[in-house]
Design a protein around this ligand. Structure first.
Ligand SMILES: *Cc1c(COP(=O)(O)O)cnc(C)c1O
Length: 458
């Protein structure tokens, strides 16, 4: 059959110029940033793959929605549009807008977790786990073992190991497990999906013990795309139907709308239980704002309502995940080790295998991210020992099995040509990998240290 190419399902109406500074200037910039890509100035970056969070391009419809902001303190019309979009596309009954995802995590953790509780989940997420700990709980990873192996080709690496989950329930008692966190398209595993089959089994098991499921739905549309693409029986479902079905199997959700939902800021907590909703409304006024705006401006809620609708359109999500697959296949074709299968929102370089001369205490992923920036101004981020933090009890580094550099692709922002430039830079760094030296901490903040730590070259 003749090859037929596909292209981005949009055309460009407005541009934002980018430019590349010299290699010498980049060396100076990364040194001044303490070898932490989070501390670089954006103007010194050529292609910014730090995160897909809040970096997406909004559509002309969303920008038009921004002009319809009803900035009333109470009962903004945009809140009702948002509530309608969430009820229609996700199916949850009650929503509390928040300024971003972590605020929703804070509220649900404070409401449901008691001192000495355990909260199982399919791998941790930085802010999610921290809020669970600050509420007195302990996170327990119950993801399948395959998720910790970057070479394992399991199609649903975010699946939960039911045996691990049931063992934990039996050991600690169901009354000490307020809920299970189920994340769709698990970021820390490399953007890997959970299957509908597994989610249904987790639902049956939690029902048996009367335990809730809280859905971290930050990347639910991407997960739904993988289910359509890989899970038998879902080929002919629409992504919209799959998203709805996933949500229907859970009791509540936290959402960082800065990812799949195509806005630059925003989030929400969604619940089905009226009593829990009333309590969340009570907490949100302390930390965020009135329950009809939480932490969001009216115009931002309008853009989000439209973004949710666009995020589940087939053309959009196929191209979104397709662009990530394109970059991943290109890098893999160069013989460079990455997490497989290629994830939904980024390509994860396997720093352990790329830099075997650096032991994990020399922070190989942090060092690789810095080297990549110096080569061509491409900014990725560390997802390894620095992101994992320290053990709450012993104070030691937590050494995760995965030591990765994440190249995260913003939605609807870069073209295929940008992806080619990225792959070529990764290849150049790979060829010179023996010259990459390790790093040591110079400054380390107490919480979420990957954001603000500074390092020095060894
Ligand atoms: C980004 C993210 C969060 C936190 O959301 P923020 O909007 O950054 O506060 C929570 N969970 C996952 C999986 C995320 O990717």
């Amino acid at each position: 059959m003749r090859k037929r190419s596909w292209a981005e399902p949009y055309k460009i109406k407005m541009v934002e110029p980018v430019s590349m500074i010299s290699q010498e200037e980049r060396e100076k910039a990364i040194h001044e940033a303490g070898y932490n890509t989070f501390l670089l100035r954006s103007r010194d970056v050529y292609i910014d793959l730090l995160t897909d969070s809040g970096t997406s391009a909004m559509s002309d419809r969303q920008w038009a929605g921004m002009m319809l902001g009803d900035e009333a303190y109470a009962g903004s019309e945009n809140f009702y549009h948002l509530e309608e979009a969430i009820r229609k596309h996700y199916g949850y009954k009650y929503i509390v807008p928040t300024h971003q995802g972590r605020a929703a995590e804070h509220i649900i953790s404070q409401l449901l977790i008691k001192e000495d509780d355990f909260v199982p989940g399919n791998m941790y997420f930085t802010t999610t786990r921290l809020h669970q700990e600050l509420a007195g709980g302990t996170f327990v990873d119950v993801i399948i073992d395959e998720a910790h192996d970057p070479e394992n080709l399991h199609p649903f690496k975010a699946d939960i190991n039911l045996q691990k989950l049931e063992d934990l329930i039996k050991e600690k008692g169901a009354d000490r497990i307020p809920y299970v966190t189920v994340s769709t398209s698990v970021n820390m595993a490399g953007g890997q999906p959970i299957s509908m089959k597994n989610l249904k089994e987790v639902r049956a098991l939690t029902n048996k013990y009367g335990i809730k499921i809280v859905h971290d739905m930050t990347r639910v549309a991407e997960n739904a795309w993988f289910i359509k693409d890989r899970e038998p029986g879902y080929e002919n479902h629409t992504v919209a139907q799959i998203v709805h079905e996933i949500c229907s199997l859970t009791d509540a959700a936290t959402m960082s709308a800065k990812k799949d939902a195509l806005v630059n800021i925003g989030g929400f907590l969604a619940v089905n239980d009226k009593e829990l909703y009333d309590k969340a409304c009570n907490l949100v006024v302390i930390y965020e704002g009135l329950h009809t705006y939480g932490g969001m401006a009216g115009r931002d809620m309008e853009a989000l309502a439209i973004g949710i609708t666009e995020s589940i359109q087939e053309d959009h999500i196929r191209a979104r995940v397709g662009q990530v697959q394109y970059l991943g296949e290109k890098i893999m074709g160069m013989g460079i080790p990455i997490v497989q299968p290629i994830g939904s929102h980024g390509v994860f370089l396997d720093a352990k295998r790329i830099l075997p001369h650096l032991t994990q205490d020399k922070l190989p992923a942090q060092a690789l991210a810095a080297a990549l920036y110096v080569d061509a101004g491409i900014r990725g981020m560390e997802r390894g020992v620095v992101s994992s933090g320290r053990d709450k009890k012993t104070g030691e580094h937590i050494y995760p099995k995965l030591e990765l550099v994440r190249l995260t692709i913003p939605r609807r922002v870069y073209t295929q040509a940008h992806m080619d430039v990225v792959a070529e830079s990764v290849e150049a760094v790979y060829e010179n990998r023996s010259s990459v030296t390790g790093l040591a901490f110079e400054y380390e903040p107490e919480y979420l240290r990957f954001f603000q730590s500074r390092f020095r070259k060894l």
